[in-house]
Design a protein around this ligand. Structure first.
Ligand code: NAD
Length: 473
């Protein structure tokens, strides 16, 4: 734990394991309610001074953190692969993405200005101030264990807020590494605080009920997000919620099926499918369905699973055994209801895999609405593919989900792409683009995928309060 500028060991500990090898990596402090309250008290005590620093001082510290993160990129990526499992190349990309938020918000800090509004009365003026909301509580997931931290910490700190952060129980070591780096950058005591635990519910409850916390920012499952949102509502706290997704991908009749299959294969199997923007239902126009599936299956069979520290590995383990069991259930259910299993479909076994949690990269064709996978977030390496005939049909089916995070479209027709973009109820849309994300662009979902946006100028607004001042001269 990192509380009020010092590291604490704690009396009790929980184990962190490598999901590829099962190896015990470390024992991490099990925070008590008293520790969490101490972290909140430290953030509260530090708030006045921190919020009064100039934006240029805050920017300089974030910029320093950015430089340190780039300097430590290799070590951070190595740690991430060991603790979370993604291949080293993907971990390096994530550290770069995480650093991008530090840089973006180091700059964005200087652009929070407020505004003046003219009045109908000659002697009246209106001024709008934007001020930090106060102490922020942050809860982050394991799938992107460094970038999901900086996506919250950087805008909160830039805005002048102090923070207490609780990382996921599977990946506290990445969080500890980020906090060591922020400490090195020179953030004052109390401004950033870290509490770790393997039993997160009591922390969520303290975050939502403590009067000193003014804002909760959460990334994780929709189920936990709804629970925390309802608790926070009882105390009228501001919230940002980055939740689950069930992205549709639409491959139109004019698209190159091989190009689309390559792109969607890459984004589907990224992080072993454990991404909130992973395509979960791939709709392919019937006229190119067979060619699309051929390329998708061919490329999927070539993926090499294993320990992400080895250079030839293109797909790592799942985070835990429960994830493997969920995928086995989704495949079994789909096949029983008529889906064609074209490759994969089972856990990987053998000396390379037995100590970890590996699932074979899988392609399921002819998926239908009757199957669990059609509505349930997969969060694993299963490409669920189905054919469509008309624009109207595919729009309706793509929108047939409670989620609304990301969607993908492959077409060369501008007007078709534009029509689909307008009609799809998703916060992020990639058109011939499998990576429509950047620190400079607003990331977030609609409906059950959440509230608010991260990154971009919207990202810092989540941590600012608006104050209107009307006055007579
Ligand atoms: P999760 O909801 O189980 O856990 C997320 C975080 O919440 C962890 O830190 C966990 O410890 C904590 N948590 C769990 N129960 C809690 C409780 N009762 N009170 C307080 N905190 C609690 O989700 P997960 O399995 O770790 O992450 C995967 C989910 O996150 C997926 O649904 C994925 O789509 C989503 N996700 C969304 C985004 C996004 O930006 N929209 C990004 C990454 C992941």
């Amino acid at each position: 734990m990192y509380i009020n500028g010092s590291w604490r060991e704690g009396d009790a500990h929980f184990a962190v394991h490598n999901p590829a090898t099962g190896e015990l990596l470390a024992q991490v402090a099990e925070s008590t309610p008293e520790d969490v309250k101490a972290a909140i008290a430290a953030a509260d005590a530090a708030f006045n001074h921190w919020s009064e620093t100039t934006v240029y001082e805050r920017s300089a510290l974030l910029y320093k953190a950015y430089e340190l993160m780039l300097a430590e990129k290799q070590e951070l990526a190595h740690l991430m692969t060991t603790e979370q499992g993604k291949p080293l190349r993907a971990a390096l990309n994530e550290v770069q993405y995480a650093a991008d938020f530090l840089l973006w918000f180091a700059e964005e800090a200087k652009r929070v200005g407020g505004r003046n509004i003219p009045s109908v009365r000659a002697e009246q003026r209106f001024m709008v101030l934007q001020q930090p909301v106060g102490v922020v509580a942050a809860i982050t997931p394991w799938n992107y264990p460094i970038s999901m931290l900086t996506r919250k910490l950087a805008p909160a700190l830039a805005a002048g807020c102090t923070v207490v952060l609780k990382p996921a129980e599977s990946t506290p070591l990445c969080a500890i590494a980020v906090f060591k780096l922020l400490e090195k950058a020179g953030f004052p005591a109390g401004v950033i605080n870290l509490v770790t635990t393997s039993t997160p519910a009591f922390v969520g409850e303290l975050f939502c009920t403590d009067k000193r916390i003014k804002k909760l920012t959460f990334t994780g499952s929709t189920w936990v997000g709804k629970h925390l949102n309802s608790l926070a509502a009882q105390h009228m706290k501001r919230v940002s919620m980055e939740l689950g997704g069930h992205a549709p991908a639409i491959v139109c009749a004019d698209a190159d099926p091989h190009h689309a299959a390559k792109g969607l294969g890459l984004v589907k199997f990224l992080n072993a499918g454990q991404a909130c923007i992973s395509p979960n239902r791939i709709f392919v126009h019937r006229s190119i369905y067979v060619s699309f599936l051929e390329t998708m299956v061919d490329r999927t069979k070539k993926l090499i699973a294993g320990n992400g520290l080895q250079t030839e590995i293109s797909i790592g383990p799942l985070i835990n055994e429960a994830a493997v069991i969920k995928l086995e259930r989704q495949v079994e259910d789909a096949v029983a209801k008529g889906a064609r299993l074209l490759c994969g479909g089972k856990r990987l076994t053998g000396p390379t895999f037995d100590a970890g949690h590996f699932f074979a990269p899988t392609v399921l064709a002819d998926v239908t609405e009757q199957m669990d996978i059609y509505y349930e977030e997969t969060f694993g390496p299963i490409a669920a593919v189905l054919a469509f005939d008309t624009e109207e049909e595919v729009t309706q089916r793509a929108n047939d989900t409670d989620y609304g995070l990301a969607a993908y479209i492959y077409t060369q027709q501008f007007s078709l792409a534009h029509r689909l973009m307008e009609k799809l109820n998703f916060g992020i849309i990639g058109i011939n683009d499998i990576n429509p994300t950047s620190a400079a662009a607003p990331f977030g979902g609609m409906n059950a995928s959440g509230l608010g946006r991260e990154g971009a100028e919207e990202g810092i607004q989540e941590y600012l309060e608006t104050k209107l001042c009307g006055y007579l001269i």
